[in-house]
Design a protein around this ligand. Structure first.
Ligand SMILES: CC(C)(COP(=O)(O)OP(=O)(O)OC[C@H]1O[C@@H](n2cnc3c(N)ncnc32)[C@H](O)[C@@H]1OP(=O)(O)O)[C@@H](O)C(=O)NCCC(=O)NCCS
Length: 280
């Protein structure tokens, strides 16, 4: 088996098992975005890709695919070892998947450990009656873009600090598409007496069903769980009024104010996890 860089022409003439993998040509963004193929007798039998997040940069995301008929013969393990040699920085790998998936079994076989768990995501808007409203929670529609982006960055930074810290200057990458994706009318904010945002439930309009994220702007927010509860209640009210039956929550089991509210809404779906895979 021979390794070489993944070229644009590999994608033009890719076999069906490789087409939908989201693979890109080697160094598509910079030196931290690398991709390779493995071939046997001149035929591509596996592809692999690593990249850093522009928000985090603490690990390389990794994706590997092996031709279905050639699995469980060590090609995936060999590709990971090759990708390890392409890393410009000595960072471990990171992958994610549903608990019972092949990719997680593969990651476990290569010595992975779990760094985060994401609960089932589907929430019926009818479940919102379990949550209480608050008068201090209003639509984000009247707030400026800069105010919302600043609150989003402050929230994101502490939520990820313990398990996948943000990198320097992360704010611009984090907020790059936010204004296009956010639904300000469905986004709910809890404000203090001076009009500062204490907590948010953000509704995103770029997906169906809509995605909802929620947390306090500061980790030590007094009454944070109650504020998040009311923000989510209002956001689900808006979606229910629009005839939306279901939304998807996006967060982590370690989110201290979001997770208890999430659990009360009896979500449906599969658990998934994020894992760190050691380089070899
Ligand atoms: C995941 C994938 C890349 C594994 O490739 P592979 O060539 O079959 O993996 P290897 O043969 O190198 O397996 C290495 C180890 O991972 C584990 N493993 C791999 N696939 C597994 C599976 N389906 N079930 C359980 N363990 C598995 C085993 O411990 C294995 O060692 P062993 O065969 O000595 O027991 C392949 O199944 C695939 O292409 N799946 C679809 C795409 C995908 O899910 N990619 C995500 C990867 S980041």
């Amino acid at each position: 088996m021979a390794f070489r860089e993944l070229r644009p022409e590999d994608l033009d003439r890719a076999a069906s098992w490789l087409v939908d993998g989201g693979f890109r040509a080697d160094r598509w963004r910079d030196d931290h975005t690398r991709s390779a193929v493995a071939s046997d007798a001149g035929r591509v039998i596996a592809a692999g890709m690593i990249w850093t997040s522009r928000v985090h940069g603490d690990r390389y995301w990794v994706r590997i695919i092996v031709e279905p008929d050639r699995r469980r013969q060590g090609h995936g393990r060999a590709m990971l070892a090759h990708l390890s040699t392409l890393r410009p920085a000595e960072l471990p790998f990171m992958a994610r998947g549903f608990f019972d998936s092949d990719e997680m079994a593969f990651a476990d076989g290569l010595g992975a450990h779990t760094i985060q768990v994401v609960p089932p995501a589907r929430i019926a808007t009818s479940s919102r009656t379990r949550l209480r409203a608050l008068d201090s929670v209003v639509s984000a529609g009247g707030l400026t873009r800069a105010t919302i982006e600043a609150a989003n960055a402050e929230t994101y930074e502490w939520v990820h600090a313990a398990w996948s810290p943000v990198g320097p200057g992360f704010e611009s990458a984090l907020n790059e598409d936010l204004w296009d994706e956010l639904d300000p009318q469905a986004t709910s904010v809890a404000l203090d007496a001076d009009g500062r945002i204490l907590a948010m439930a953000m509704g995103y309009q770029d997906s169906s069903p809509p995605v909802v994220t929620a947390e306090t702007v500061r980790i030590d927010q007094e009454g944070g769980e109650r504020l998040v509860e009311a923000c989510i209640r209002r956001t689900l009210d808006v979606y229910a009024e629009r005839g939306v039956d279901e939304v998807e929550f996006d967060g982590h089991v370690t989110d201290p104010h979001f997770m208890p509210i999430w659990a009360r809404l009896q979500p449906a779906g599969e658990w998934f996890r994020l894992v760190e895979v050691p380089a070899s």
